[in-house]
Design a binder for this molecule. Structure first.
Ligand SMILES: Cc1cc2nc3c(=O)[nH]c(=O)nc-3n(C[C@H](O)[C@H](O)[C@H](O)COP(=O)(O)OP(=O)(O)OC[C@H]3O[C@@H](n4cnc5c(N)ncnc54)[C@H](O)[C@@H]3O)c2cc1C
Length: 396
């Protein structure tokens, strides 16, 4: 491959081909609003208030943020989105994430929903991965306690043991179904105080299912200063145990929460001192995985143009083909289309998380997307600028 074969993320024709003129205008209007922090703060507060007072919000949310960032109310309802992405070489990662559940029947329900996404992907090449959060299958309090018990700081009661067995059984059901369907499944990374339990269960599943192919992927947040060494240790344990490692690399989504909890509770923050350090470790982790692709397969989950381009260059420099199944790229639906669709046009394996679910349940996710698009203002402005360029190009 020559240098000119690297994707150009500023190619707006390629980036927004999948959008009608109406959808393009909606995206311009939405990203213009999201670029204004006061609009996002006010909108988020009003939506939360309306939800608490049980005032219907669907009329305002459905045609705006929901249409931009969600596939539909159910898997069936998301079929149009899945087909449209596939038409442009982009695969789907159906994302059902219920949050903050504690009731056993709710946890079982989340497990059945994720199972339905695995079944929907079975035999359908338009789907790239399944995904789940362990916190959707367990109470957070239990995950935290399991983490402490793994570090020898606490002991589980017999009831907690039984509950942990049930959590492990739910995770196993999902990994077993993925394995049977010949698919792949990613375990999302979460807050550091529940992550030890998540890592333990993810490594356990990799050891059981990744014997000759990578079915299970764990996620590493490179905004944590200990993750580069964890990556190497995790891969070494896999080597020793005779199985393969799957890793999704991200920077991490809970920085403010992590820092303020560490400060409040008086322990050293697990987060890197600055953005440059997160970037440095993200790059180093990507390089390390590219150098160990025989044992470790990669999903890069990032909206950062430089990181995505750097990964393409890293592949090229090592003679790894764009469509090598051991390397995948992923972004969220409705964000960073210039990255996703230009990667797809150049033959890379790229997929979008497609969150779905009833509007009311999607609100916390949508508020996070709105806030994220405000906090990474540089990127939102860049996307807005590209959307406007495409409008002008079409008019011309
Ligand atoms: C497909 C996909 C899957 C994802 N899965 C997960 C997941 O399982 N778990 C999870 O936690 N997140 C996940 N994320 C979110 C991800 O962690 C980031 O929050 C988000 O993608 C922004 O990072 P970036 O690389 O795209 O962009 P950038 O804009 O380059 O990076 C922003 C990120 O850099 C880090 N950062 C910013 N400022 C500082 C600072 N001062 N000091 C240290 N670090 C800083 C933060 O992590 C921030 O989110 C996922 C994202 C994608 C696209």
């Amino acid at each position: 491959m020559t240098q000119s074969n690297l994707p150009q993320f500023s190619n707006t024709n390629q980036a927004f081909q999948h959008l009608t003129n109406g959808e393009l205008s909606r995206a311009v209007a939405l990203f213009s609003l999201l670029g204004k922090p006061w609009v996002v703060s006010l909108g988020s507060a009003l939506t939360k208030l309306a939800l608490a007072l049980r005032i219907p919000v669907g009329w305002a949310v459905r045609p705006t943020v929901y249409a931009q960032f969600c596939g539909g109310e159910s898997i069936d309802d998301s079929k149009g989105t899945i087909a449209k992405l596939a038409e442009h070489g982009v695969r789907t990662i159906l994302d059902y994430s219920a949050e903050g559940q504690t009731d056993e029947s709710d946890l079982d329900h989340t497990c059945s929903e994720v199972l339905a996404t695995i079944q929907a992907a079975d035999g359908d090449a338009r789907h790239a991965f399944a995904v789940f959060k362990v916190s959707g299958l367990s109470s957070n309090a239990l995950l935290e306690k399991v983490g402490r018990s793994l570090r020898g700081e606490a002991e589980l009661t017999s009831e907690e043991h039984a509950a942990w067995e049930r959590v492990q059984a739910r995770v196993r059901t999902l990994c077993e179904a993925t394995h049977r369907a010949g698919g792949r499944i990613m375990v999302d990374a979460e807050e550091s105080w529940i992550q030890d339990a998540i890592d333990a269960i993810a490594e356990d599943m990799m050891s059981d299912y990744n014997r000759d192919k990578v079915f299970v992927f764990n996620t590493l947040q490179m905004y944590r200063h200990d993750r580069l060494s964890y990556l190497k240790d995790m891969a070494a344990r896999a080597d020793e145990g005779g199985y393969l490692t799957g890793v999704k690399l991200v920077r991490g989504a809970y920085m403010e929460k992590e820092r303020s909890r560490a400060e409040e509770m008086g322990y050293p923050s697990p987060i890197q001192p600055d953005k440059a350090s997160s970037d440095r470790d993200f790059d180093a982790a990507v390089d390390w995985v590219l150098d160990h692709l025989g044992q470790v397969h990669l999903v890069a989950g990032s909206h950062n143009e430089a990181s995505n381009l750097r990964l393409c260059e890293g592949m090229q420099a090592r003679g790894i083909e764009a469509r090598d199944a051991r390397v995948s790229f992923a972004q969220l639906l409705g964000m960073s289309d210039p990255i996703t669709f230009n990667l797809a046009a150049h033959g890379y394996n790229v997929a979008k998380y497609v969150p779905y679910g009833p509007i009311r349940e999607a609100i916390p996710y949508l508020i996070r997307r709105a806030q994220e698009n405000t906090s990474v203002a540089g990127q939102t402005l860049r996307e807005l600028e590209l959307l406007k360029q495409e409008q002008l190009r079409r008019k011309a």
